[in-house]
Design a protein around this ligand. Sequence first.
Ligand SMILES: NC(=O)c1ccc[n+]([C@@H]2O[C@H](COP(=O)([O-])OP(=O)(O)OC[C@H]3O[C@@H](n4cnc5c(N)ncnc54)[C@H](OP(=O)(O)O)[C@@H]3O)[C@@H](O)[C@H]2O)c1
Length: 280
Amino acid sequence: MTTILVTGATGRVGRHVVRGLLEAGVGVRALVRTPALAGLPAEVEVVPGDIYNPAAVSRAAAEVDAAFLLWPAFTADGAAPVLTALTKQVRRVVYLSSMSVSEADPSASGVWGELEVLLTDAGADWTFVRPGGFAASTLEWAEQIRTGNVVRMPFPNAGRSLIHERDIADVAVQALLHDKHIGQTYALTGPEVLTQAQQVATIATVLNRQLRVEETPPPEARRSMLTQGLDPSFIDSALTYWHSLVANPEPVTTTVETLLTRPALTYHQWAEDHADDFRD
Ligand SMILES: NC(=O)c1ccc[n+]([C@@H]2O[C@H](COP(=O)([O-])OP(=O)(O)OC[C@H]3O[C@@H](n4cnc5c(N)ncnc54)[C@H](OP(=O)(O)O)[C@@H]3O)[C@@H](O)[C@H]2O)c1
């Protein structure tokens, strides 16, 4: 029986990868830090371990046919020995990367590009799944929506083509199951551009509530993000990026529809799937 290793199996994308693989009838092994809290289906073989530990990754990857790789860190520090350990055991790797990787210079594209280069250099049979922004990133508004009717943000008119985590996972499952995806990079987005104000309006429709968007000056947004413990350089690049999306919204790709032969899931669908996260 085919067995596939899933890292990040307890996360947003990973849980759907596990579900998709089980539905396809293949065996799933999951590398999990805290098995008691994993809450994975009983059929999943849970292997305890930390992804930053090459020996744990090597154990988890022994005799599997392919691996779904999620690298949860903001830097590639420590990734080289882990990927060496992984690719010694399994050549076929589907890596959850990012649309921000530059084709011209992946190694200068942050952690995702660095991981792509490491996997290529390791001789893996790779597929790079490169999503744009996750619809799940709008869960950052959940507390404001649970506790009031106002959502504050610096750039309500920033246009985003956010993707449902289920679409990312469904593409990854196809890539894990079929060799024709070896050597392919897939830039994935949702099916449409919505401004952030329109995303809030979508949540309001789903919840059947009145929600108001309030524009916060960028310096105030910066201060608020700092109090959440976010890295200052991350905050500055995020603010610059969101500002740029007012005049130049994110692109929309048709890759999800092409690969899955069904339309990509809408933000409205995502909001329905996550409605309880926004309810008190
Ligand atoms: N957000 C975006 O817009 C965006 C865009 C492009 C790409 N990405 C990439 O997508 C990935 C996040 O995907 P997601 O949202 O599905 O993840 P998530 O929901 O944040 O979950 C993270 C997963 O990683 C696991 N994990 C964390 N640290 C670990 C460790 N030391 N050892 C083993 N497992 C560990 C967690 O397991 P536990 O149960 O142990 O916590 C969990 O399963 C990141 O690599 C991110 O860079 C995100």
